[in-house]
Ligand binder design. Structure first.
Ligand code: 5GP
Length: 189
């Protein structure tokens, strides 16, 4: 068996890697421990926002030792472009009622804050007992809506990033790191 550590080559469309696979693993372990500590006495419903947060939810919950269940919601955000449309639309709703539930929204990235603001208000309106937010990435200075992110993975500069669930035109989600796309990839769109 070959025990050498393999170094994954960076995708040619990636200009810079901002968060490595190892940094993601460590931060998810920290966040999972914090969440488990905060929810020791109550069950939490983790709501992943599809598609981007699926990778984050999958890794984060592996580090959670408290009682939890998982559900997913899909909302529209960017379409194929790399700029926010500012329109939030529910494409797939939750399968469980929220009445009296403690909800933790898991989001891939907080950009303008429109999506999270909408979801928090929507979940409280459905009778959730509490709603908190875990975001893998928070874009510095990009928020148009104030959102309180209790569990924050990484604060990154306000640039368009891909990888670890984040796409550009549905591509690059599977990259194990988060990086900045070369402008030549979306120039001329
Ligand atoms: P917000 O509502 O906070 O503006 O945006 C939330 C959604 O926009 C995210 O869940 C994500 O799908 C998309 N988004 C925002 N910034 C980026 C980015 O830098 N890269 C990618 N791939 N998607 C982003």
């Amino acid at each position: 068996m070959n025990n050498e550590v393999s170094v994954t080559a960076v995708h040619p469309d990636i200009e810079r890697v901002l968060v490595t696979e190892e940094q993601l693993r460590k931060r998810n372990a920290d966040l999972g421990a914090m969440i488990s500590h905060d929810y020791t006495d109550r069950e939490v419903l983790v709501v992943g926002v599809l598609k981007g947060a699926a990778w984050f939810v999958s890794d984060l919950t592996r580090h959670m030792t408290c009682d939890f269940t998982v559900d997913y919601m899909a909302v529209s955000s960017y379409g194929a472009a790399h700029k926010s449309s500012g329109v939030v639309r529910i494409l797939k709703d939750l399968e469980v009622p929220l009445e009296g539930r403690h909800v933790l929204i898991a989001e891939d990235i907080l950009d303008t804050g429109l999506t999270l603001k909408y979801l928090i208000r929507n979940f409280l309106g459905r009778g959730a007992a509490s709603v908190e937010v875990a975001a893998c990435v928070v874009k510095e200075g990009a928020q148009e809506e104030e959102v309180d992110v209790k569990y924050e993975g990484f604060v990154l500069p306000n640039e368009f990033v891909v990888g670890y669930g984040l796409d550009y035109a549905q591509r690059y989600r599977g990259l194990p790191y988060i990086g900045v796309l070369r402008p030549s990839v979306y120039e001329g769109e």
